[in-house]
Design a protein around this ligand. Structure first.
Ligand SMILES: [Zn+2]
Length: 255
């Protein structure tokens, strides 16, 4: 039965079966957690990033919103500040975390909505969700238009990574396995790296390779998680076979 009853029963289950192990983890980590990443993903109820990354206490900072969008720094002001740059500061500056992940997913309701609104983004009106998507999804829409103008939607598209010099090309869904809205979601995921790099307070760390930006994409129908490989210029499924390549690619010098 969904609803608050399910949440309360879930906490009872947690108290009985999982809490003892989590308390052990709390005691082990104590006041010195060393998280691996600041991990942005969607608020969708099917995207349990802490589960599919096998995360434990102290492992990652998770930030979830509608469509895993990170507002560009040009929108930053006292009146318009959002939690995402604050989370980057808390993670990468105050806690010295070196990896930022943006993880999109298939059948994303927020991305599906933005895909439907993509010809209406210049009208700065709408519901809260529509305005969030229009305002912060505009760079994604522009990038997708380039994909539409190209050959068979596959690209390549050029995205910016950590610095102005770390541009990379991306072929979107070259095997044509996913829907148009899912291709759009993958473009959105890659576009967020440039949005993250737009913040001045991260500039020095990004230039020194002290903060690295990664894109992932989770298929909610198969449970497969993909990571963008700059060497292969595409999302590559995270498997035992691809593991070594993806680790090497994620650590390779950018500049
Ligand atoms: Zn979503």
């Amino acid at each position: 039965m969904p609803g608050i009853d399910k949440i309360i029963k879930g906490i009872l289950h947690f108290r009985r079966f999982d809490r003892p192990f989590m308390v052990e983890e709390f005691l082990r980590v104590k006041a010195d957690p060393q998280p691996s990443s600041v991990f942005f993903t969607c608020m969708d109820s099917r995207v349990l990033a802490s589960r599919f990354t096998t995360s434990h206490v102290g492992d990652n900072f998770f930030i979830r919103n509608a469509g895993n969008l990170i507002p560009n720094a040009k929108h930053f002001s006292y009146e318009s500040v959002t939690t995402e740059p604050g989370a980057l500061e808390l993670g990468c500056i105050i806690n010295n975390i070196k990896h930022v992940v943006v993880c999109g997913h298939s059948d994303c309701k927020a991305m599906n909505a933005l895909y439907g609104l993509r010809h209406d983004c210049h009208h700065q009106v709408g519901t809260p969700l529509q305005m969030w998507l229009k305002k912060h999804g505009q760079p994604t829409v522009s990038k997708f238009e380039k994909l539409e103008a190209g050959n068979n939607y596959s690209g390549p598209l050029t995205f910016q990574g950590e610095t102005e010099k770390s541009n990379f090309d991306a072929y979107i869904d070259p095997e044509n396995k996913f829907s148009m809205a899912d291709k759009f979601s993958q473009v959105n995921c890659l576009q967020q790296l440039q949005n993250i790099a737009s913040y001045d307070f991260l500039r020095e760390k990004l230039h020194r390779n002290d903060v690295r930006l990664h894109a992932m994409w989770f298929d909610i129908y198969t449970g497969n998680c993909f990571m963008f490989s700059r060497e292969r210029k595409m999302f590559v499924e995270i498997t035992e076979d691809n593991y070594a390549h993806l680790i090497k690619d994620a650590h390779s010098d950018l500049h």
